[in-house]
Structures are given as structure tokens and as C-alpha cells.
Design a protein around this ligand. Structure first.
Ligand SMILES: Nc1ncnc2c1ncn2[C@@H]1O[C@H](COP(=O)(O)OP(=O)(O)OP(=O)(O)O)[C@@H](O)[C@H]1O
Length: 429
């Protein structure tokens, strides 16, 4: 679709109207098929982060427009993650999602089950109690998820926590990006639409499997929670008994993991996506004038069934990703295509703060950092990090899995591999 594609319709007075195709949410015919409601969004150009406004216009119906089959018999759940992003989930639901749902699904929307998160474990609890049992019994459910990447990851981990039956039917998830970075949403949509996912609420949009990975940790690994004030044991894989987390976005160590960890506080979160840049500056230009930390450990990559150690044991940036964009403008892996199941390594060794900022700046220019000779960028099937006692301070042994932070022992290790299981589908893809 070109940037200038327009959606053109006749209004009720016969006048021709047109909107940017990317702003179109749906064109819904009325029950008699005599007219339709064009749902679209209007944005404040000056405020990119502001919630879009939903608008509706009556139109004369064209011959190609057919009424979608309500929910196709699917049981629909709505999750509003109140802790995501800057906490606008409820406002977005009331102002934008509800009007669209009542127009798209006039007969059934009242039966949609609404769940509002109350704690960090709400989505995991819902998955254990409702979503997994239904999916495992073969019921096709649809989950409208108003959240950042964290909500998807909680769903993935909950759905993989128990062994699946042969009847297991992957739930279909509609991503409505109300988190901070929304890496999955931006990587899947990459400028395709401007509706904050609302155009995927219709049931006639199709869906595709979400590729995921599994991270397996050494026994002493601990999940850091509550702004790193508390530690928790990781979930254990039901078959291997090993501490395990699943992800769909990123597994990292080094500077990326440190800045995600350091900026995961209520204070930093107020700054939205800027929090990553603020934490990066602090990590790269320590107040005492010393150079940024050089992370030490053995790193190996898996390609075609063989693990190969990197030549260097000193690192600045080490990251495996299954998406193209970690934030809307931050193209970490330009070769990754939406939901293609690839995993890419991005690595560079110790350098000063200015050079690191320059390389990261190139990622904000469409992913040009991967052309730099100092950056190793390649497709991989897995990544292994072994500390081997080389880092004494736990601060330098923090791993990031899709925003969650895990602290490892001084002789700890983590192995990240592409996962072949398919637990959910993403709508509108
Ligand atoms: N009511 C709540 N109280 C406490 N924690 C909550 C509540 N609702 C959600 N959470 C937690 O807040 C976090 C929000 O993560 P999420 O990824 O959705 O948003 P984000 O981190 O802002 O976005 P992104 O990951 O896209 O950058 C999750 O860990 C979730 O479990």
C-alpha cells in the first residue's frame, strides 16, 4: 500500500469523501445493506503519543461490502492492562474500543468478557484459570489485548506452562498497543496502519502464528520484580524441570539488558519511551568519568545445529531478537520480516559512550547500524551466554527476556532457542 492510498466513499448526501486508507478501522454495512458506517481514526498530528479519536461517518454502501459474521461463534475476552505504558488503557477502551466493538458486533458485544488487571500476575492468572483450559479443550477464543509486549509474553508463558492436548486451539489475539515500546505491534505493522490496532478488531482480518523462543536458565537464576527489590524463582519447564521463560521479542545481556533493568522504575516509566534513552546516557557516561562497563563472558551462537563461540569474551551489546523494531522508530533488525520466525544476533564489543550512541542512533535511521564493520549482525537459531565466574557484580549478570530481568549466578548460564510450539495467533496479519 502506498503512503498516499485513500479510502473513498459516498456520503449519504451523495458527496465524495476520502480518508487515508491507514486511518480506516472498518466499513460496516447496516443490517439491511442499504448504508454503511465508515469507522476511522483522527489523530492530533502535533501529538504522536496522544490517543487517536474514533470517528464514524454514514456512507452509501458499495456492492463489494458485506457484513462480517459477527464473532464467528468465537468467545471474546478483553484484557485491559492498567499498568502498561502511561496507564491509558481504560481511557482507550472507553473512548475508542467500545464504540468500535458496538458498531462491529451489535448483537454480541455485550457478551464480551472484560478483564481489568489488578496486579503483575493478573494476565497469568486469567491464562491459567480461563484461557488455557478453554484452548486446551478445543474452544477458539479471541483475546483483545490492551497492553504492551508484557501482556503478550504473560499469555505465551501461561499457555506454555502446561502440556497441551491434541485438541489445543491457539487463541487469536488482537494487539492494541498501549505499552511503552510495543515492539511486537510495531514490528508486525511497520507503518501499515495508523489505528492503534483497531482495524484488527473485525473478525474478517485473518491471523498468523506468533513465533516464539525459549530461554532456559541455570538453577540459581532469579526473576527481579518490584523494581528489583524482590527476587522470585522462575517457572520450571513441565518436562525438563529447568527454570524457563518464553519470549517473542528479545533476549539480551550487556548494555540493552542493563538499561531496560535500570529504567524499570515508576519514576522512569513516567517518561514513556524516553526512559530507555535516559538510562542509556547514565550507563554510557558514568558520573565518575569512567568508560562504560565491558561485559565479560562466553557467548555462543547456534546455527544449523552447531554451537560456535564468538571470538571475543568482552562485549558491550549482545542481543537476539525475533522482531524488526524494538520501538516504533528503533529498527534493531532490518532483515526481520513480520512474524517470519527468524532470530537475529546484534553484537558489538566494548567501546566508549559516544561511539555506542552513534551506533544506536543509526538504528533509529532505519537500522543502518547493521552495515557498520564493528557490528556483528547475522541470522541465528539460538544464543548461549555463560558467565564462568568472569563477572563478580550481579549488576553485570542481568539478562533481559522481553522486558523481564533475570539475575544469574556468577557461574550461571542461559540458553535461548527458537521454539517450535505454536500457542497463539496474531489477528490482522
Ligand atoms: N494493575 C496492575 N498493577 C501492577 N502491575 C500491573 C498492573 N497491570 C499490569 N501490570 C504489569 O505492568 C507491566 C506492563 O507491561 P507491558 O509490557 O504491558 O507495558 P510496558 O512495559 O509499558 O510496555 P512494553 O513492554 O511494550 O514496553 C506488566 O508487567 C504487567 O504485569
Amino acid at each position: 500500500m502506498s503512503d498516499t492510498a485513500r479510502f473513498v466513499f459516498q456520503d449519504q448526501h451523495g458527496g465524495q469523501q476520502s480518508i487515508d486508507q491507514k486511518d480506516l478501522v472498518a466499513n460496516v454495512p447496516n443490517a439491511e445493506g442499504t448504508s454503511s458506517t465508515v469507522i476511522y481514526v483522527e489523530r492530533d498530528e502535533a501529538d504522536d503519543a496522544g490517543l487517536p479519536k474514533v470517528k464514524m461517518a454514514k456512507a452509501q454502501v458499495g456492492p463489494a461490502v458485506t457484513r462480517p459474521d459477527e464473532t464467528d461463534g468465537r468467545e471474546t475476552h478483553i484484557i485491559i492492562s492498567t499498568g502498561s505504558g502511561t496507564g491509558k488503557g481504560v481511557e482507550f477502551f472507553e473512548q475508542a474500543v467500545q464504540p468500535v466493538l458496538s458498531t462491529l458486533f451489535p448483537a454480541s458485544h455485550a457478551s464480551f468478557q472484560i478483564h481489568t488487571t489488578e496486579s503483575e500476575s493478573s494476565i497469568l492468572g486469567l491464562t491459567n484459570d480461563i484461557f488455557f483450559p478453554k484452548a486446551n479443550a478445543g474452544t477458539l477464543i479471541r483475546i483483545i489485548l490492551i497492553s504492551g509486549d508484557g501482556g503478550v509474553i504473560d499469555l505465551v508463558n501461561g499457555l506454555l506452562a502446561k502440556s497441551a492436548s491434541p485438541q489445543y486451539t491457539p487463541p487469536e489475539v488482537v494487539l492494541l498497543p498501549l505499552g511503552t515500546a510495543n515492539a511486537l505491534y510495531h514490528s508486525i505493522n511497520a507503518g501499515r496502519e495508523n489505528t492503534w490496532g483497531l482495524c484488527s478488531l473485525s473478525t474478517d482480518v485473518g491471523s498468523r502464528p506468533l513465533p516464539i523462543f525459549t530461554a532456559t536458565f541455570s538453577a540459581g537464576a532469579r526473576l527481579l520484580v518490584d523494581e528489583a527489590r524482590k527476587e522470585e524463582e522462575l517457572p520450571q519447564d513441565s518436562e525438563t524441570g529447568k527454570p524457563t521463560l518464553h519470549g517473542a521479542v528479545v533476549g539480551s545481556w550487556g548494555m540493552h539488558a542493563s538499561l531496560v533493568a535500570d529504567s524499570d522504575t515508576a519514576e522512569y516509566r513516567k517518561f514513556g519511551v524516553e526512559r530507555f534513552k535516559m538510562a542509556a546516557k547514565e550507563a554510557l557516561f558514568p558520573a565518575d568519568g569512567s568508560p562504560p562497563h565491558s561485559y565479560k563472558g562466553k557467548v555462543s551462537v547456534l546455527q544449523k545445529g552447531t554451537w560456535t563461540p564468538l571470538k571475543t569474551q568482552e562485549h558491550m551489546y549482545i542481543l537476539a531478537t525475533m522482531v524488526s523494531n524494538l520501538e516504533k522508530p528503533f529498527t534493531i533488525s532490518p532483515a526481520s520480516k513480520p512474524l517470519d520466525g527468524s532470530m537475529h544476533l546484534i553484537h558489538f564489543g566494548p567501546t566508549d559512550g559516544d561511539e555506542t550512541m552513534r551506533l544506536m542512533g543509526l538504528a533509529y535511521q532505519g537500522g543502518k547500524h547493521v552495515d557498520e564493520p564493528s557490528v556483528l549482525y547475522e541470522a541465528i537459531d539460538g544464543l548461549k551466554i555463560e558467565f564462568e565466574g568472569q563477572e563478580k557484580d550481579v549488576r553485570w549478570r542481568r539478562i533481559c527476556i522481553d522486558g523481564k530481568i533475570i539475575a544469574l549466578e556468577s557461574d550461571g548460564h542461559v540458553e535461548i532457542r527458537k521454539e517450535s510450539r505454536h500457542v497463539l495467533n496474531i489477528a490482522g496479519t
